[in-house]
Design a protein around this ligand. Structure first.
Ligand code: F3S
Length: 281
C-alpha cells in the first residue's frame, strides 16, 4: 500500500506559535490561564492542564480572576476582552495569530470610516466572535451562504468591506463576493483567508483525487479539519475523519492500494506521526 503524508499536514505557523507561547509561560511558575482552549485538540489541552495551565471560557470567569497571566489564543478575541484584562490588572500574553490581528485592524479601520463590514464565515466560531468585537457601532453581518446575502439589510449608500474568517473555503468566498458585487454596492474586498489553509485545502484536494482512501486527522470541533474532510470526501468516497490512531480501522485500510493522510492546523505532530507509521506497517 502506498501511503502519502501531505506536506501541509498539522500545525500552521500561528498555532505553533501560540502553543509554544503557552508552554513557555507555564514554565515560569506564575498562574497562567488561556482564554478558551489554546487549540482544538484535547490531548494538548489536557497536557497543559497537567502543567497547571487554567482554562477560562467566559467574560464572567475572566472578571473573577485577580492575578496571573491571561493568554489569548491564535483565534483572537474582541476588544472588550483586552479592556477587561487591562482593568483587572492582569498580565497579557497575546498569541493571536498575526493574520487574525490584521483582520481586527482592517475591520476596525473600515468601520471607523463608516463602512459596513461583512464577515464571511461561521458566526459562532470564536475567531468570528473576536472579529465582530472590533467592528464599531454593530455595523456588520456574518454570512456563510448565498441565502443569507438575500436577507442582508444594508443601506444602499453604504460602502461594504468584505473580509473572511481565515479558515474559510477560498472558492466559496469568491462565489459569495461575486454575488454581493452584483448587487451594485460599492465594495472593498479583502481576502483574509490564510495561505496555510488554502495550501492545505489545495493539497488535500489533489491528494484525495490520487488516493483510494484518505485519512483526515483533527479534533472534532476543529472547523479547518472539518473543511478538509468535506473537500476530501468530494474527491474520494473513502475518506475517514479521525482524532487519533485509536479511531482508525487499520484492517479496513488494507483493502486500498493508496492512502493519503493529512491533518488540521491544530493536530500535534506526534499524533500525525503515529498514524503515518501505523499505516506503513
Ligand atoms: Fe494563523 Fe493561518 Fe494558522 S490564520 S492560526 S497561520 S491557519
Amino acid at each position: 500500500m502506498k501511503v502519502t503524508l501531505a506536506k501541509t499536514a498539522g500545525f500552521c505557523f500561528g498555532v505553533k506559535r501560540a502553543v509554544d507561547m503557552v508552554y513557555k509561560e507555564a514554565e515560569k511558575g506564575s498562574k497562567v490561564y488561556t482564554f478558551g482552549p489554546i487549540i482544538h485538540n484535547e490531548e494538548v489541552v489536557d497536557d497543559l492542564a497537567s502543567k497547571g495551565v487554567g482554562l477560562i471560557h467566559t467574560i464572567e470567569e475572566l472578571k473573577g480572576i485577580t492575578e496571573g497571566t491571561i493568554i489569548i489564543r491564535s483565534h483572537g478575541v474582541s476588544k472588550e476582552i483586552y479592556d477587561i484584562i487591562k482593568e483587572q490588572g492582569l498580565k497579557l500574553v497575546d498569541a493571536t495569530c498575526p493574520y487574525v490581528l490584521k483582520i481586527h485592524r482592517v475591520v476596525k479601520e473600515h468601520s471607523e470610516l463608516g463602512h459596513y463590514i461583512i464577515i464571511v464565515g461561521n458566526d459562532s466560531h470564536p475567531e468570528v466572535e473576536g472579529i465582530k468585537g472590533w467592528c464599531e457601532n454593530k455595523n456588520h453581518s456574518v454570512i456563510k451562504n448565498a441565502d443569507e446575502i438575500e436577507h442582508l439589510k444594508i443601506p444602499e449608500e453604504k460602502t461594504i468591506c468584505i473580509v473572511s474568517q481565515t479558515t474559510y473555503n477560498y472558492k466559496k468566498f469568491q462565489d459569495l463576493v461575486e454575488i454581493i458585487s452584483k448587487k451594485g454596492y460599492d465594495i472593498i474586498v479583502l481576502n483574509t483567508i490564510c495561505n496555510a489553509t488554502e495550501e492545505r485545502q489545495t493539497e488535500v484536494r489533489q491528494l484525495a483525487k490520487e488516493s483510494d482512501a484518505m485519512i483526515i486527522i483533527g479534533g472534532k470541533h476543529s472547523s479547518n479539519t472539518q473543511k478538509l474532510y468535506e473537500i476530501s470526501k468530494l474527491e474520494c468516497e473513502n475518506t475517514y475523519y479521525i482524532q487519533t490512531l485509536r479511531d482508525l480501522d487499520l484492517e479496513k485500510l488494507q483493502s486500498f492500494r493508496s492512502v493519503g493522510i493529512t491533518a488540521g492546523a491544530s493536530t500535534p505532530n506526534n499524533i500525525i506521526k503515529e498514524v503515518h507509521t501505523a499505516c506503513q506497517k
